[in-house]
Structure formats: C-alpha cells, structure tokens
Design a protein around this ligand. Sequence first.
Ligand code: ADP
Ligand code: MG
Length: 229
Amino acid sequence: MTALSIVDLVYRWPRQQAACLDIPRFEIAAGEHVFLHGPSGGGKSTLLGLLGGVAVPERGSIALLGGDITRLAGHARDRFRADHIGFIFQQFNLLPWLSALDNVLLPCTFSTRRRQRAGDAHAAATRLLTHLDLAPASWHKPAAELSVGQQQRVAAARALIGRPEILIADEPTSALDAPRQQIFIDLLLAEATAAGAALLFVSHDERLAAHFSRKIALADINRAAAVEP
Ligand code: ADP
Ligand code: MG
C-alpha cells in the first residue's frame, strides 16, 4: 500500500507563466519517513498545499492511501484531510486562546474517525504531550502563553492524535536552535513509527536528514525547478 503516489503533477500559481511544480512521479510507501529538502521559494509548501487539498493541480493525479484526491469535491477533500492527514505547520497555527490540551483535541472534534481511533481522546492527548516532553503544568495554559518549543510540541501532538496514516511537517523546526531541532525530530520519528504513519518532513536545512529512511531533493523530482520564469 502506498501512502502517497503522484503522477504527472503540474501546478502553476495564478498569473504566472512558468509552472511552479512539474513532478512526473513521486511515491511514499505506507509508514515510510521521507525528508524532502530544497531552497526557499522552491515550491515545497506549494506541494504540501496540494497534498492537503487546499489547492488543486492543473493536471495530474495525487493518490493518498490509494484514492485520487484531485477528483474529490472540495468538502470531500476537507474531510479526507481531517480524517487521514496530520499537518504540522511552520507557524504551528495553534488557536492562541485555546489551552494546549484543547488544541491537541481539535482533530477529534473535526473528525469522527480520528476520535474513534484515539479511543479515550483526553488520555491520548495527555499521553502524546507527555511523550513529546510537555510538562503537565503547561497543558491548561493558552497556547499563546507557551514558548515556541512548547507550541511546536503541541502542534506535533495535534497532528498525531487519532493516528492519521499520513503526517506532513512543513519546516516545523526552523524556529529552534540546532540541538532542539534534532531532539524534536527524533521524538516525531518515534511517534510516527508508533502510529505506523508515513511522514513527509520538509526543510530547507539538509543537515536535519540524518534519521530519516529516505532523503530527497525537490529539484530531483520537480522538472519545473530547472526552468527560470
Ligand atoms: P518553499 O516552501 O519551498 O519556500 P513556496 O512553495 O512557498 O516555496 O513558493 C514557491 C513559489 O511559489 C514562490 O517562489 C512563489 O513564486 C510562488 N508562490 C508561493 N505562494 C504564492 C501565492 N500565494 N501566490 C502566488 N505565488 C505564490
Ligand atoms: Mg515553505
């Protein structure tokens, strides 16, 4: 079973002549941990937006867990994302007024499937926060009052709750110093393994790739990278 299979994907931003992405083939196996790197502005976040179904390609297919999400209507893509994908964003996108714990529980309110797979959702949330080294003293604080490193752990726990089959992380460590980056990545890899999730981890910093099963440069799969606009 493949977690992700891209075939002949082309994406162009509105009012731009050159395509941003032109990816003949790219696959991620179920449970595989892939590190994708490339320079800033290269189209990494654009690709993740297509995988999350927030944008639709000009042509080509994006099969996630065997189903082509480009053929789904908008609301069905939103549902698929909520049910099967855990996202960790560069700016974390936590709801600042909600507590750490309630931020982690959010996917269980949006997705019945995630709630069912979490079992006791509250217990699952506190277990994840504990594994990710967030002390109980921080669990009930509003997200806005947490440090950057703490917010990042909350964002990771939120992505992991209810064991989505696909985890996507968009430069989640860029706000941390180097030793903390590696600690966070190792915690994330351990939790992805425990959940049996495929992980696509994106960064401009190739040095972080050490503990991943596969490392790939966006330019190696993206033909558009060779073309200057
Ligand atoms: P990366 O994540 O690798 O830094 P991005 O995917 O954010 O790269 O951006 C790739 C290119 O896509 C940018 O150089 C820019 O030209 C274009 N782009 C990104 N976001 C937008 C947008 N909202 N509207 C138009 N063009 C965009
Ligand atoms: Mg980006």
